[in-house]
Design a protein around this ligand. Structure first.
Ligand SMILES: NC(=O)c1ccc[n+]([C@@H]2O[C@H](COP(=O)([O-])OP(=O)(O)OC[C@H]3O[C@@H](n4cnc5c(N)ncnc54)[C@H](OP(=O)(O)O)[C@@H]3O)[C@@H](O)[C@H]2O)c1
Length: 226
């Protein structure tokens, strides 16, 4: 399958590398390919520059957001949540129409040492995306855990869950197959339509607090019932 991964951060890199390893044809999207490849210093989180990652993953082609969306039969949004709507506009509605659009972004705002959500309660980033691109088949998933766990759930000691939200049952079934057969997830919980993305996005304040308390991002949720 041809994948178009919008976003060159940790999540875009991690998902692209895994999809490449699985034998898919992957393009990774950025604002300006030359500028992104020319960055030499570590990013603001101290990660090595994109070029160092790209040298290790030469099979993943960098492209503009529009080229990447056009390349993808399935498109993944792994961009900063505050930039997502403008990135998808730059990607071009025609390059998204009819396609599965996997949204892993979170609408986080960091200011003066505090984290807030730019959309919540009766709306979500995933719904904003679906409204802006009514012909795209948006599936929210994987936003509730750190990137390494997304593609390697077996690294945690016990079974744990990933959620899917979306209006298109067929799209959710395809994404669930990728999560299970591709990434190795055992428990995929279908929460319902795209409005259920509100809950998984509003989980992030708790996730950030848990990371502080646990001292590691390598944890996830397990749902226990009677
Ligand atoms: N990090 C995690 O483990 C994790 C886990 C779950 C969910 N998420 C969510 O996944 C998304 C990606 O996270 P990340 O940590 O990989 O990277 P990130 O730093 O949040 O986003 C990087 C991407 O956003 C683009 N971007 C940033 N500002 C932009 C702007 N003003 N206009 C256009 N594009 C812009 C960058 O473009 P360039 O390529 O041009 O620089 C880059 O491709 C976020 O929404 C995050 O909340 C992250």
């Amino acid at each position: 399958v041809n994948y178009g991964v919008l976003g060159t951060g940790t999540v875009g890199q991690t998902l692209s590398a895994k999809l490449d390893e699985l034998g898919h044809d992957v393009m990774i999207g950025t604002r300006d390919v030359e500028q992104t490849l020319a960055r030499t210093g570590p990013d603001r989180l101290g990660n090595p520059p994109f070029s160092a990652w790209h040298e290790q993953h030469p099979g993943v082609k960098p492209g503009s957001f529009a080229e990447t969306a056009a390349h993808g039969e399935i498109v993944i949004n792994a961009t900063n949540g505050q930039a997502t709507l403008s990135v998808l506009e730059a990607a071009g509605a025609d390059n998204l129409n009819g396609k599965i659009l996997i949204d892993v972004a979170n609408p986080l705002v960091f200011s003066q040492g505090k984290m807030t959500l730019s959309v919540c309660n009766d709306d979500s980033l995933a719904e904003q995306i679906q409204r802006a691109h009514p012909k795209a088949r948006v599936v929210k998933t994987l936003n509730t855990m750190t990137a390494r766990v997304m593609v390697n759930p077996a690294m945690l000691a016990e079974d744990h869950v990933v959620f899917v939200s979306g209006n298109d049952a067929e799209a959710k079934a395809s994404v669930t197959a990728l999560l299970k057969d591709g990434f190795g997830w055992k428990s995929v919980v279908d929460l319902g339509d795209i409005t259920t993305a509100r809950g998984v996005e509003m989980f992030l304040p708790l996730w950030v607090q848990l990371m502080g308390v646990m001292g590691t991002p390598l944890f996830n949720l397990k749902i226990v019932q009677r």
